[in-house]
Design a protein around this ligand. Structure first.
Ligand SMILES: NC(=O)c1ccc[n+]([C@@H]2O[C@H](COP(=O)([O-])OP(=O)(O)OC[C@H]3O[C@@H](n4cnc5c(N)ncnc54)[C@H](O)[C@@H]3O)[C@@H](O)[C@H]2O)c1
Ligand SMILES: O=P(O)(O)OC[C@H](O)CO
Length: 319
């Protein structure tokens, strides 16, 4: 059986979609949240308004995760390492699919790299691509990417995870998939700030394009395949996240641009990824001005208005 570990918006939505194929487990850290979701058949905190099919077994018992052959790890990127430190040994031999989009600030590793380092005996993969939990949970058509270095395992996962509304493409370029998924969140924050500040759609299109150039430069440094960045996990997700108010990263940026507060309980992956990638880019001398400015605003070194002004007044150069 497939078990989804992590009962946030995304984990719950994936469980709802997978339930169309058969029984699925949903492990939540909080016993109270699991008890309530199991009883009222709804995750009212993270995915309100979506009924949980009866064949989703909700539990806070970690043994349900250890008993599964395939585990989808739907935790935020900054939580994955501590989860693996705690439970990694019990996950060896399994097929593990990270569903997080981000770079771990401590180790600068993406989700698949963390899995490979911390559970070397597992088959490690990543689920990524343009997809909002709310859309998946409503059964709207969604195309995703499964990234797995072991292509046979990738094919198996592709088939096991496809549902009537989720369509999976596949790649063996886990590095490219990690980078695309993580960096698009940083560019989405900048895009939100640009719109929030009132700079308009043309400026946003410029920002997205220059952000994509940064993504490609970092991917080239890590020898990721250029075409991975052109696909769902890169360009596809960049487009979605930089243009939709369903995105938390984009809404976070909007609030920055408007000088409004933002709900701190929401997961905004791009904040942490900007810090990790800006440090890495500085160390390796990779030109990533958008990421640098987002990190500077996060660190309180720059005001968001000054950061946007700096972006607009960069030296003239070739495209
Ligand atoms: N929500 C979406 O639309 C969406 C879509 C695609 C990808 N993702 C990715 O999925 C990941 C999770 O996002 P989300 O939207 O589900 O976030 P969320 O904030 O809705 O939920 C995160 C969940 O993780 C749980 N959690 C945190 N630390 C944990 C730990 N150590 N052990 C167990 N559980 C823990 C929390 O209790 C919470 O239920 C992110 O990396 C995000 O980028 C989200
Ligand atoms: O809400 P966000 O900004 O975390 O985006 C969710 C997904 O990653 C979009 O593909």
């Amino acid at each position: 059986m497939i078990v989804v570990a992590g009962g946030g918006a995304f984990g719950t939505a994936l469980a709802v979609s997978l339930a169309a194929n058969g029984p699925v487990g949903l492990w939540m850290r909080s016993p109270e949240a699991a008890e309530m979701a199991g009883r009222i058949r709804e995750n009212t905190k993270r995915l309100p308004g979506v009924a949980l099919p009866e064949n989703i077994a909700v539990s806070a018992d970690i043994d349900t995760v250890f008993e599964a052959e395939t585990v989808l790890l739907a935790l935020p990127a900054q939580q994955l390492r501590s989860f693996l430190e705690q439970f990694g040994e019990r996950l060896s031999g399994k097929t593990l699919v990270a569903c997080a989009k981000g770079i771990d600030v401590e180790t600068m590793a993406g989700p698949v790299t963390l899995l490979e380092r911390m559970v070397p005996d597992a088959t490690s993969a990543m689920l990524t691509g343009p997809s909002f939990a709310a859309d998946i949970a409503r059964g709207l058509p969604t195309a995703l990417t499964i990234a797995c270095r072991d292509d046979e395992a990738g094919v198996r996962l592709q088939h096991a995870l496809t549902t009537p509304s989720l369509r999976f493409y596949r790649t063996t370029d886990t590095r490219g998939a990690e980078l695309g998924g993580a960096l698009k969140n940083v560019v989405a924050i900048a895009s939100g700030a640009c719109i929030g500040k009132g700079y308009g759609d043309s400026a946003r299109a410029a920002l997205m394009t220059r952000g994509f150039a940064e993504m490609q430069r970092l991917a080239a440094f890590f020898e990721a395949e250029p075409q991975t960045l052109m696909g769902l996990s890169g360009f596809g997700d960049l487009t979605l996240t930089c243009t939709s108010e369903l995105s938390r990263n984009y809404r976070f940026g909007l609030a920055w641009g408007r000088h409004e507060d933002f709900d701190k309980s929401l997961t905004v992956e791009g904040v942490h990824t900007a810090l990790a990638v800006a440090r890495l880019a500085e160390k390796e001398q990779i030109d990533m001005p958008i990421t640098r400015l987002v990190a500077d605003v996060v660190n309180g070194v720059l005001d968001v208005d000054d950061a946007l002004q700096q972006l607009l007044s960069r030296p003239l150069k070739e495209e």
